[in-house]
Design a protein around this ligand. Structure first.
Ligand code: NAI
Length: 692
């Protein structure tokens, strides 16, 4: 085993190098090794100052979050930091790479900071529903003032070495460790004084904080960690440091135990777990993927082309005729111009991205593409025709992908003589923005095609989740049942505005009725008509009111009226007595006696539909693990991260309780509530993946 820290002495400078691959996570063993090395060098009369640095790309990624759920062991990070502060020698941190969270706090316990050009600093705790817990909220304001400190603590975003110097966090930029040692040697010769951040006062006045906090409060929508971050920085102004540090530690522990932090840690690990494919060895070869093609330059095709171009992959966009191609390319250009206008990308970057996208009305142009993504109209005969052509045109080994959201990928694959090369890449709209990518594995898809597609997903900045073929795959199959339940609730006695309020209060960005108004009621109406023939007579059909609204031309926001009223294009709808009357009339026609529906019933019926359907999906092997379904909902359907996704929420609630309610709904509401065998099993064992 390699040493956890390497120490050496150069001249009068003692060096401690953290050396715990891969990220120098500050677990107990590393903390203990650093404490021991510091003690030794600090006691050495030949050492005048101590340099603390990391290895490779990391200074330290911070706490070892696998330790969060177990008991902590000494020395705590706070104790290690106090030891550095209470030692005799000045400690100079040399940030060689990423210094995140506890790594950054270790730096704030040092007297000085030198940064290498590759260094980045961040407090990502907020992204896991927490605040820095080892001095960050108390010391950073003392170093750079409250408003700037707040920006770092509440955004969680990293800053570069140069920014660290400009903000006054770092004392100097150095080329490498040798340069750092040389500067330290000179500084010692000039009588380098101790300079503990903890001894300083926060510059400025606490009143300055309100303006800095406002945008974060708006976005956080009541998230506890944001409020606590602000409270902590506010305290730094006038609370003795030890009192502030104690408050911070206690708050960190309390937030760590909160459901919202647990949920965010769950999603953090779930997103990493989603990359692993059980039956695919890690050494599965991947195909070369240097160029791409997209068929169809509509809403999705244009977005998918941008995903490729943004990741540096040249892409050819193919349309049926020049007019539609020009429209698609113009849409792409407009998107880049908007990004440029908002300062999100530079003009050089916009040009480079645009330059990677070319267009053609001849499918033959795709002959050399390593990957082709089809995004034409959602009709089997159209898709099959496109795949038959692609089979004839594309080079051997090219990956042929479909962006279908509802059609059978096996059937599409069978339209080619190379079904092993066919896979689903289900992007979400807008494709260049949404993080989720459902990678749909057909029965015949080759392992290396799956591995390449998962890899591509990451390369283009998506979160790829592997699913199998079924109607709606994982996400839409669950979501359709969620939406259907909202409609049944309306027939039972709830009103659209009650349902939307309950779900947005819970944390959804928008309720299902507002979403229908935004998308346009004609869209769902057309899909329902198209699918009418395939509907089983036993399936509930609670869309009568929605159909009537669409037939009356109440199409939602775009017509100023839908489920809600939108006077003068207001984006938030107002309840409409006419809609209420229509709902009541439909219930009467169907012989339904309307009853008051509680908020809890609304919440649980919508969410447990997701959970019960999710369990069926797991049972059928369509998804690999319950947490993948959470990743899908958080990244593709606007589910709140601080809730951790529907399956996690069910686990927190208790699968036994969920199953009991599902059984009750099956008896009282309808047969579509029949509990999945897997859910019943989880109710017994308390765990879903153990049951799967
Ligand atoms: P769209 O109607 O905006 O675009 C389809 C485009 O394909 C049209 O521009 C059309 O001219 C072109 N096209 C049709 N046949 C063609 C052919 N033989 N060769 C070249 N181009 C052809 O449709 P949208 O919304 O972009 O959907 C495309 C696919 O993506 C569908 O399968 C849809 O189910 C799927 N999808 C759509 C999502 C959405 O939110 N719109 C989300 C996820 C998937």
């Amino acid at each position: 085993m390699t040493e956890l820290v390497a120490t050496e002495i150069r001249g009068k400078i003692g060096i401690i190098r953290l050396n715990r691959p891969p990220v120098n996570a500050l677990g107990q063993a590393l903390r203990s090794a650093v404490a021991e090395a510091h003690l030794r060098l600090d006691a050495d009369p030949a050492v005048a100052a101590i340099l603390l640095t990391g290895t490779g790309r990391f200074f330290s990624a911070g706490a070892d979050i696998t330790e969060f759920s177990g008991g902590r062991r000494h020395p705590y990070l706070t104790e290690l930091i106090a030891q550095l502060e209470n030692g005799t020698s000045s400690v100079i941190a040399v940030a060689n790479g990423m210094a995140f969270g506890g790594g950054f706090e270790l730096i704030l316990g040092c007297d000085y900071l030198y940064v290498l050009p590759e260094a980045t600093l961040a407090f990502p705790e907020i992204k896991l529903g927490n605040i820095p817990g080892a001095g960050g909220t108390q010391k950073l304001p003392r170093l750079i003032g409250g408003p700037r400190a707040l920006g770092l603590i509440l955004s969680g975003d990293p800053i570069t070495a140069q920014e660290a110097v400009s903000l006054g966090i770092a004392d100097r930029l150095v080329a490498d460790l040798d340069a750092a040692v040389a500067f330290a040697t000179d500084a010692v010769a000039a009588g380098l004084p101790r300079r503990r951040i903890r001894d300083r006062n926060v510059p400025g006045h606490p009143d300055e904080l309100a303006a800095a906090a406002a945008p974060f409060l708006r976005r956080a929508r009541g998230a506890l960690a944001t409020a606590k971050g602000i409270e902590g920085v506010r305290m730094a102004y006038d609370t003795p440091i030890d009192e502030g540090l104690l408050w911070e530690q206690q708050t960190f522990a309390a937030l760590n135990a909160s459901p919202e932090s647990k949920a965010q840690r769950h999603i953090f690990f779930a997103e990493r777990a989603a990359r692993k494919i059980a039956d695919l060895p890690a050494d599965t070869p991947k195909r070369r993927l240097a160029t791409a093609g997209v068929v169809g330059a509509g809403t999705m095709g244009a977005g998918i082309a941008m995903c490729m171009a943004n990741a540096g992959i040249p892409v050819i966009l193919v349309e049926q005729d020049q007019g539609r191609l020009d429209t698609g390319l113009a849409r792409i250009r407009r998107t880049y111009e908007e990004a440029l206008g908002k300062g999100r990308i530079s003009s050089a970057e916009a040009e480079a991205r645009l330059g990677r996208i070319s267009g053609s009305v001849d499918m033959q142009a795709l002959a050399d593409a390593d990957l082709v993504v089809e995004a034409v109209f959602e009709a089997m005969e159209v898709k099959r025709a496109v795949f038959t052509r692609l089979d004839a045109i594309c080079k051997p080994g090219a990956i042929l992908a479909t962006n279908t959201s509802t059609l059978d990928v096996n059937e599409i694959a069978a339209a080619t003589g190379r079904p092993q090369d066919v896979i689903g890449l289900h992007f979400f709209s807008p494709a260049h923005v949404m993080k989720l990518l459902e990678v749909v594995r057909a029965e015949t898809t080759a392992p290396e095609v799956i591995a390449t597609a998962m890899d591509l997903g990451q390369r283009i900045g998506k979160i790829p989740v592997l699913v199998g073929v079924c109607d709606g795959f994982a996400g839409n199959r669950m979501f359709i049942n969620f939406n259907r339940e909202a409609q049944i609730l309306i027939e039972n006695g709830a009103l659209p505005w009650q349902i939307d309020r309950v779900l947005t209060d819970w944390g959804l960005a928008m309720g299902p009725l507002s979403v229908m108004d935004l998308a346009g009621l004609d869209i769902g109406y057309a899909i329902r008509k198209e699918r009418a023939a395939r509907r089983k007579p036993s399936d509930p059909y609670p869309f009568t009111t929605a159909d009537r609204l669409a037939e009356a031309g109440r199409l939602g926001q775009k017509t100023g009226r839908g489920w809600y009223l939108y006077p003068e294009n207001a984006r938030r709808g107002l309840p409409d007595p006419e809609v209420e009357a229509l709902i009541e009339a439909v219930s009467r026609e169907k012989g339904i006696t309307r009853r008051p529906v509680s908020d809890e019933e609304i919440l649980h019926r919508c969410l447990w539909q997701l959970v019960n359907t999710g369990c069926q999906i797991l049972e059928e092997g369509i998804a690999q693990r319950a947490s993948d379904l959470d990743v899908i909902f958080v990244n593709g359907y606007g589910f709140p991260r601080p809730r951790g996704g529907p399956m996690f929420f069910a686990e927190l609630t208790g699968f036994d309780r969920v199953a009991a309610e599902v059984e009750r709904f099956a008896a009282e509401v309808g047969d579509h509530w029949r509990p999945s065998a897997l859910l019943l099993e989880a109710a017994r064992t308390g765990r879903l993946d153990a049951a799967a």
